[in-house]
Design a protein around this ligand. Structure first.
Ligand code: FAD
Length: 187
């Protein structure tokens, strides 16, 4: 029988927040895409929450798989001060079906913090009841789909060709203007 474990950690982002519109931040979207690509391969599930520069993540799976991904995550330069908040044996994962669920639950988290008498979201200070509350929120919230819109790749030489075309059009317009002027003068 497999031995499952749930590992919850907190960390601090090393990148500056750069929210464009109401979507998921680009750096977070990249992390989610990596997680959603890798975790099904490793039979891992879990959830991630990010706010005020802090990460709160829950990883669930077989012991060896969780330890391997956690070692990889802990050495990722996109965050620092990675600290395990909870590690417990579980009979079955709770986030089954979510390679890495992402909660857009700022309002709910604020209410949870208030319920536990906390003024801010600071996962390093979380005790077991707050962690359990966060996990309940993440479990019950809808998942957020992500896609990173990278700038469209430019084919080699395409910008040169574009430059040459625009120069040719400028020269042609100038020639038409000069011809029109000459015709007007000769009349
Ligand atoms: P690739 O995706 O091919 O990346 C190659 C290398 O480049 C890696 O070492 C990676 O750390 C680094 N890298 C990639 N993009 C960036 C970037 N934008 N800035 C700096 N370095 C970069 N991975 C999982 O598999 N599952 C998870 O659940 C998971 N959760 C994460 C949660 C957080 C908060 C963070 C910060 C990272 C998380 N990661 C997760 C990513 C993890 O740390 C590794 O980057 C990833 O697993 C490497 O995947 P890969 O071997 O496919 O390498």
């Amino acid at each position: 029988m497999p031995h499952y474990v749930r590992l919850v950690y907190a960390s601090r982002a090393t990148f500056a927040s750069a929210r464009e519109g109401s979507g998921v931040e680009r750096e977070i979207a990249r992390i989610l895409m990596q997680s959603r690509r890798n975790n099904p391969r490793d039979n891992l599930v879990g959830a991630l929450y990010y706010a005020d520069g802090y990460f709160f993540q829950c990883l669930e799976g077989e012991v060896a798989a969780v330890d391997t991904v956690y070692a990889r995550i802990a050495s990722d330069p996109r965050h620092q001060d990675v600290q395990v908040l909870m590690r417990q044996a579980i009979s079955a994962p709770a986030f089954t079906g979510w390679a890495m669920k992402y909660g857009s639950i700022a309002g709910e988290v604020k209410a949870l913090m208030a319920r536990f008498g906390r003024r801010e979201f600071n996962p390093y200070s979380f005790d077991e009841p707050v962690i359990a509350g966060m996990l309940d929120l993440l479990r019950s919230t809808p998942d957020v789909p992500v896609a990173v819109a990278e700038p469209a790749p430019v084919a080699p030489g395409a910008s040169d060709a574009r430059g040459r075309l625009s120069l040719a059009l400028s020269v042609a317009s100038l020639a038409v203007a000069v011809a029109a002027l000459l015709v007007a003068l000769l009349r």
